[in-house]
Design a protein around this ligand. Structure first.
Ligand SMILES: [Zn+2]
Length: 247
């Protein structure tokens, strides 16, 4: 899709990036992304993708806004308590950028409905808070070849990787068993940091620029401000992508 005069103005400061230009911006305008979760990670992810001009955001969350979300879930506001988070997200994002399309999805993600929730999206972004649902995204990625950006946060720490099987290992190669679900402490700025990194990975993937975190897990420790990268490989015995299963 061609850029309008307004687009050229709105996105001017990124169009002048040496690796970008109007053609790259037009690629974003034609892109559709699936954002799984409109919470602490989903808030900065969706806000930055909307601001950058990703054409269609399919944002999925079945939960309602609660007062205890507001320390980190900056898509939502106090007057939207009890409102569905995907619907609340759409209101905020349309304020940020009314020229993009936001599709709110209020269902709970299951292995049966994920394909229809993802729709035409070229990329999934894991903004979830539990591994059970992450594994559903991962299964879909292994089955279809659709990549996803994984991130997780806890306290002042977080991790992020770009998962694109079969080129890279899958999430189950990296974390084979789901850690127990629990209410964990989290500071909004930590979710903001990891969410911004996820948005950056997404924008690079969609525009074909930069170098992705493929096969690389980046740990961010906000307490000591240390960032560490660990490479990870496919596990031949992986229960999801392992050679035993795929033949
Ligand atoms: Zn695997």
């Amino acid at each position: 899709m061609k850029l309008s005069a307004q687009d050229k103005q709105r996105y001017h400061r990124q169009i002048i990036l040496p690796s970008w230009g109007e053609g790259t911006q037009a690629l974003l305008k034609d892109s559709c992304v699936f954002v799984a979760g409109a919470g602490g990670l989903g808030s900065p992810v969706a806000l930055y993708l909307a601001a950058a001009g990703v054409g269609i955001l399919r944002i999925c969350d079945s939960g309602e806004v609660e007062l205890s979300n507001l320390n980190r879930q900056i898509l939502h506001t106090e007057n939207r308590i009890d409102e569905n988070k995907a619907n609340s997200a759409k209101k905020t994002l349309k304020g940020t950028n009314p020229t993009i399309q936001v599709v709110p999805l209020t269902e709970t993600i299951t292995s049966d409905n994920l394909a229809s929730l993802v729709g035409e999206a070229r990329l999934m972004i894991d903004c979830l808070d539990n591994f059970q649902t992450r594994y559903i995204l991962n299964q879909h990625a292994v089955k279809t070849g659709l990549p996803f950006v994984h991130a997780g946060v806890n306290g002042l720490c977080g991790q992020i990787a770009f998962i694109h099987p079969p080129e890279t290992a899958c999430l189950a190669c990296l974390v084979s068993e789901a850690p127990p679900s629990e209410i964990f402490p989290i500071l909004g700025a930590t979710a903001g940091l990891l969410g911004c990194l996820e948005a950056l990975e997404a924008l690079k993937y969609l525009t074909g620029t930069g170098e992705l975190l493929k096969g690389r897990l980046l740990f961010c420790d906000g307490e000591t401000m240390q960032f560490q990268e660990v490479s990870f490989a496919k596990d031949p015995a992986c229960r999801v992508c392992g050679s035993a299963e795929s033949g």
